[in-house]
Structure formats: C-alpha cells, structure tokens
Design a protein around this ligand. Sequence first.
Ligand code: MRU
Length: 366
Amino acid sequence: MNVEQFFDQVLTVRLTPDRRALDIIDQTLLPGTIRRINLETKEEIWEAIKKLRVRGAPAIGVSAAYGMAVLSSRIEAADFESFYAEFTALKDYLASSRPTAVNLFWALNRMDACAKKAGQEGRSLDEIRELLYREADAIQAEDVQISRNIGEIGFGLLKKLKKDGEPVGILTHCNAGTLATAKYGTATAPMYIALEHGWAGTDMHVYCDETRPLLQGARLTSFELNSAGITTTVQCDNMASLLMKSGKIDIIFVGCDRVAANGDAANKIGTSGVAILAKHYGIPFYVCAPSSTIDRATPTGDQIPIEMRDPDEVTQMWYKERMAPQGIDVFNPAFDVTDHSLITGMITEKGLCTDPYDKDFDRYGI
Ligand code: MRU
C-alpha cells in the first residue's frame, strides 16, 4: 500500500454516500482493527468525540462541522426561526463534548455563521441545509491545505538538519498525524512532505512518545509512520529524557489543541515536560498550529480549560487486571500548557511565528 492509499484507508471522517451519517474510522480500535463506523444521531456523534473514536483538534472540528450538516438535514421546521432554534440547541450539545480543543468551537461557530447568513439572505431551508454541507466540505478541504503548508515549512527545518549517513532524529508526542486531521497531520506533515520530496523513510527516525494514558503515540502515530515506511521507534514517556541526552533527537514537532494569544500552547498531557527537557538539552521544540487552533480571545494559557477524564483510563483501561488500588484518587488531565518561552517556534499554515507571538499572529492576520 502506498502512502496515498493509506491516507484513504484511515481518512478520519467523511459522509456516507447518502449524506445521512458520518463515516469515521474508530480510533479506539487502532492499530489492531481498522473499522469504520457510521454516526447518525447527535448522541452518537457526541459520544464518538467524547470517547476519542474521532480525536485530534482539527479532526474534531471537521467532525463537528459534518455533524451539524447531517443533523441539520433532519431538522423539521416551518420557518428559519424554528430551524435556527433547533440548530443552536444541537450546536450547544456538540460543544459540550470536549472543552479544550478550540477547533470544535471554531468549526461550530463557522457552521453557525453560515446558517445565520443564509437565513438573513432569505434562503429556503433546503438551500440552507445544502450550504451547511458545503461549508463542512470546505472546512475539511481547507484542513488538507493547511496541513500541507505546515508540512512545507517544517520540511524546510528538516532539510537544514540533514546529515550524511545518519537519519534526522525527530521526537513527537501524542498523535498530531493524519488520524488527527483531514490528511497529513500537523506534527507529521513535515515527514510526509519529506517523503514527497524524495527522502527515504530511513532519512529520518521518528521517536514516538507512547503518550500515557490513552497511548495515542504508541497506537496511532507509530502505526501511521510505520505504515508510511518511516523508521519509527516507540518509547515510554519517561524515556524521552534519556533519548534527548544521548543525542538522538535533533528536533521536536508536536501539535496543539489551543494556543493562547501570548503563544502558550495546550496540547496532550506530557507535552510541557517534553518542552522543558528540550530546553535543557538545547533541542529545538516546534508547535505545529493551524490558525484555527490559535485562540486570540484567550489571553494566556492560564485561561485554557483543561479537560479532566475518567480515572479508569489510568488504572484499568489497558490492563488485564486493575493496576492500582480500588478507590485510589487519580489525577487524569488530558492536556497541559507549554509556556511560550519554551517554544522555539510555532508553525502555522501562514508562516513560522516566534516570540513575541502576538506580533507574528498580527503580521499573518491570524
Ligand atoms: O485527546 P486527543 O487525542 O484528542 O489529543 C490530541 C492532541 O493533543 C493533539 O496533539 C492535538 O489535538 C493536535 S492534532 C493535529
């Protein structure tokens, strides 16, 4: 299977041919089972986002957009006012699925703006429903291009690190790959673009943090990159320090779920630890950030809401037998915030931003 065929096989989200449901790859079953499932009801869409069947900030946004298009196609209303009241209730319901990735709210707001504009223009409800499908298609198509742009900029950084006879060592955390977006991923995009530019899979060596507790690095990122023929190693999160010390890591790329106006970046729990280690060992640490993930309405990382998740994910989920005492208190935040001072640069689809981030965000119209 070539890389394009692999992208098709694991496409995070698409519509069923009759456009009555979302067709997603169930990421909770990967890598052992590649199974696509249909989501028809609002409860099924909400549950799929909450349970990480579909996950990763951009993919959550695309799913919410398609979710609103599918659900809107079934709203029975006599006029725009009653259509819009139900539309808003559905939007608020999907918005309650996960709090941190701003792409969810960004996509829902974009669908809302589309419906409102069409209503103001006096379009028929059938026309509005069609426009909502098109808006979701546009959000997905734009995400592909955004990832490509991020990949090109990231590849520019990789090229400077290319050595003779030795692979460029790249570390990544969680999964900011094709499974988290509409195609190339964000943190993985530089690697896929490198392959397009003729790099062999052995020209780079990607070290994937396992990413406790939900193992997105071990289950998803290593699966993706290995399938693409890229030399890949998985290590437990607490092994990253030794790897960095041993000189095997030349550069770090991670994704993000919400970037505050000052450049503080929320990403999968453990990311800020990677950034602190990177600073200690003098390794460049880049956050790959589509502009839809940059939330200038949130001044600093302190205001980013951090999702707390089920204790069983830590104590039980991956073990034959529960591995911690019954009833023990568990701390299970899904994300942490990396201070902007630890970030070497933020790769957006519009250009590379550096501290002071607000100035560069202004410069690129983000
Ligand atoms: O809880 P998840 O798996 O949805 O968390 C995903 C991440 O933290 C990703 O790094 C982030 O969403 C960027 S995806 C391009």
